[in-house]
Ligand binder design. Structure first.
Ligand code: MG
Length: 304
C-alpha cells in the first residue's frame, strides 16, 4: 500500500494535536527510481526534488502536476535554500555542494577537503549566518546507480561546515559511519544529525544524534533517538521543535525530548520530508519511487 487514508499511527496521544485525522496521504508522483531531497519554494509555489538514479530533478506545482526541473542533474541528492533563496544542492556526481544562481548558472561551492575530493555530499542545511552545513557519506561513489563509482579519498565520512564568505571548510564531527540527514532546532542551539551506517553494517546503531552548537563547534554529543524501524535518512523540524524524520516505511515524529509520538505510514521506503504549501503545513514526503503529501496540524520551521 502506498498512500491512502489510514496512514496515521498514534503512539502518544499528543500526536493527535499534530495531525489532521481525516487528511489523506496523497500520491503526487510515482515514476521515480529513488526520490530524495525535497525543497519548497514558497515564492513560486513549487516543490523541487531529486530522482537520483534517473539523474534528474523534478518539480511539482499544485494543480498543475509534475514536470522536469533539471536533466541531467549530476546526481543531485539533498537540497535546501540559502539566505537569498538560492537553491543549494548536494551533488553525488560532482562530489560537491552546488549553488544555483539567479540566472540559472551553477556554482560549485566546495568539492574538496585538504586537497582531496569529498565522498558524495548527501544532505545540507543553511544556518542563519549563511554558513552551509552538510554530510558526506559515500553513497554516491559506491556504485554507478546513484553517481559514479569511484575510490573514496577522504579518511572518513564527516559532517562539515562551509562558509561561503571566506571559503573555509571545517570538520564538525568525524565519528559517524555514514552521516546523512541534518537540521537545526528552532533557535539553532541544537544540531541533529542522523547516521545511516547500518545500511552497510548491521551492527551499527540507527540513530539521530544531537549536539549543542557553539559558534562553529559542536558540543555535548548525545543520542537523540534510536530508530526502531529502519533508518533516518532525512528530516525537518516544525516550529515547536518536533522532528519529522524518515524511518523505514514511513515518517516518525519525535518531540524535542526524543519521545516517539507517532508515524505516518507510507508503505514505501522513505527518504526525506519537507514542509510546504502557503501555510507550511503540508508535509511532502519522498519515498522510493513516490512523492507524497499529507496536510498536518504543524507548521514547518522556516529554513533559513
Ligand atoms: Mg540523505
Amino acid at each position: 500500500m502506498a498512500g491512502g487514508d489510514d496512514a496515521i499511527e498514534i503512539i502518544d496521544n499528543s500526536f493527535n494535536d499534530l495531525i489532521i485525522a481525516e487528511a489523506p496521504l496523497e500520491v503526487l508522483y510515482d515514476q521515480c527510481l529513488w526520490a530524495e531531497g525535497p525543497v519548497w519554494f514558497g515564492d513560486t509555489n513549487v516543490l523541487v526534488w531529486s530522482d537520483i538514479p534517473n539523474n534528474r530533478m523534478l518539480q511539482y506545482v499544485p494543480d498543475l502536476g509534475v514536470t522536469p526541473f533539471r536533466t541531467p542533474s549530476n546526481f543531485v541528492n539533498g537540497n535546501t535554500r540559502d539566505l537569498q533563496g538560492r537553491l543549494i544542492s548536494c551533488s553525488h556526481g560532482g562530489r560537491a555542494v552546488l549553488r544555483t544562481e539567479w540566472d540559472g548558472t551553477i556554482t560549485t561551492l566546495v568539492d574538496r577537503f585538504q586537497g582531496k575530493r569529498l565522498n558524495s555530499p548527501n544532505d545540507v542545511v543553511v544556518k542563519s549566518d549563511g554558513t552551509i552545513w552538510f554530510t558526506d557519506p559515500p553513497y554516491g561513489i559506491l556504485s554507478d546507480y546513484e553517481g559514479y563509482k569511484s575510490d573514496q579519498e577522504q579518511d572518513g565520512c564527516y559532517v562539515y561546515r562551509f562558509d561561503p564568505a571566506d571559503g573555509s571548510l571545517v570538520v564538525l564531527a568525524d565519528d559517524f559511519a555514514k552521516p546523512n540527514g541534518l537540521a537545526f532546532s528552532p533557535d539553532e542551539s541544537v544540531l541533529y544529525v542522523s547516521d545511516t551506517g547500518q545500511s552497510h553494517d548491521p551492527d551499527w546503531p540507527a540513530q539521530i544524534r544531537k549536539f549543542g552548537v557553539s559558534g562553529s563547534k559542536l558540543t555535548n554529543p548525545s543520542v537523540f533517538a534510536d530508530i526502531d524501524c529502519g533508518l533516518s535518512d532525512g528530516f525537518r523540524l516544525d516550529t515547536d521543535g518536533n522532528i519529522w524524520t524518515s524511518a523505514g516505511l514511513g515518517v516518525n515524529v519525535y518531540n524535542p525530548d526524543g519521545a516517539l509520538l507517532g508515524r505516518i505510514k507510507t508503505g514505501a521506503k522513505t527518504s526525506n520530508v519537507v514542509f510546504g504549501g502557503p501555510k507550511r503545513n503540508r508535509l511532502f514526503i519522498t519515498c522510493s519511487e513516490y512523492l507524497m503529501s499529507i496536510d498536518v496540524n504543524a507548521t514547518g520551521l522556516q529554513r533559513p
